[in-house]
Design a protein around this ligand. Structure first.
Ligand SMILES: NC(=O)c1ccc[n+]([C@@H]2O[C@H](COP(=O)([O-])OP(=O)(O)OC[C@H]3O[C@@H](n4cnc5c(N)ncnc54)[C@H](OP(=O)(O)O)[C@@H]3O)[C@@H](O)[C@H]2O)c1
Length: 223
């Protein structure tokens, strides 16, 4: 397990440790390439090989673009996009050499359109989704699986601050169980729940002018 807050990692380890689970945690800021490389080296040393990596770290800061937002942009792209690209840079050559490996990236259905108040977040997730898609097409030649997960709204610290409506919001344990099943099921991409997947699909196919009209009517939407 990798995150910055070691106290929370230690508590989580206590919660899930069992005789079958050999849990290690490493403090790492995923936006910092050197820390990612050090984390990879430690994990390889501890476990011998790395078969599967789930890249889930994310920042979901709101961003009114009429308010200065350069720090929000750098931090969000640093974590959401470069957090995945840093590990891609390290793991893809490693998996390619092994002729196997699984790389799972958590994006969002907020990648589908630019929602009001979430321009930085949406664009970071659009970048992640496209990066993962390219990686999937490239890495399949080497026996490496790249999977994209796109959750709808999940009740976590990230969404607690949201004041806008969050249709079909799901509790975190249920979302985690669905993601676990999809990863084990060897899917290449997984979006849930289906209602949000359908809504995202419709948003993706409507003309820009119609989206602009809907967005003006609706106001802030997306995480
Ligand atoms: N909740 C939703 O509705 C929703 C919807 C779609 C997609 N997602 C995506 O799902 C993923 C998880 O989000 P969440 O809802 O569980 O958010 P969360 O409760 O805020 O958790 C974010 C996690 O990312 C870690 N993190 C943040 N910055 C980091 C950094 N620089 N380096 C390493 N770890 C970092 C945090 O740990 P530390 O603070 O200890 O580092 C924390 O464990 C994100 O990629 C998010 O974009 C969430």
């Amino acid at each position: 397990m990798v995150a910055r807050n070691t106290e929370r990692l230690a508590t989580l380890k206590k919660e899930i440790n069992s005789s079958e689970n050999n849990i290690h945690y490493i403090s790492c800021d995923v936006s910092d390439y050197n820390q990612c490389k050090a984390t990879f080296d430690i994990a390889k040393e501890e476990f011998g090989t790395i078969d599967l990596a789930i890249l889930n770290a994310g920042l979901g800061l709101n961003s009114q673009l009429s308010i200065p937002h350069i720090d929000t942009a750098h931090n969000t792209i640093g974590v959401n996009y470069f957090g995945i690209v840093n590990f891609g840079h390290i793991l893809f050559p490693y998996f390619k050499k092994m002729g196997k490996g699984e790389f799972v990236g958590v994006s969002s259905m907020a990648d589908v359109r630019g929602f009001e108040g979430s321009g930085i977040y949406c664009s970071s997730k659009a970048a992640v989704s496209v990066y993962l898609e390219s990686a999937r097409t490239e890495m399949r030649h080497y026996g490496v699986r790249v999977m994209t997960i796109k959750p709808g709204f999940v009740d976590t610290n990230m969404t607690k601050k949201n004041k806008h409506p969050m249709p079909f919001i799901m509790n975190a344990p249920k979302a985690a169980a669905l993601m676990y099943k999809a990863i084990n099921g060897k899917k290449n991409s997984y979006s849930f729940p289906w209602q949000t997947r359908l809504g995202s699909y419709l948003l993706s196919v409507i003309p820009d002018s119609f989206y602009d009209y809907l967005a003006t009517k609706r106001g802030q939407v997306g995480q």
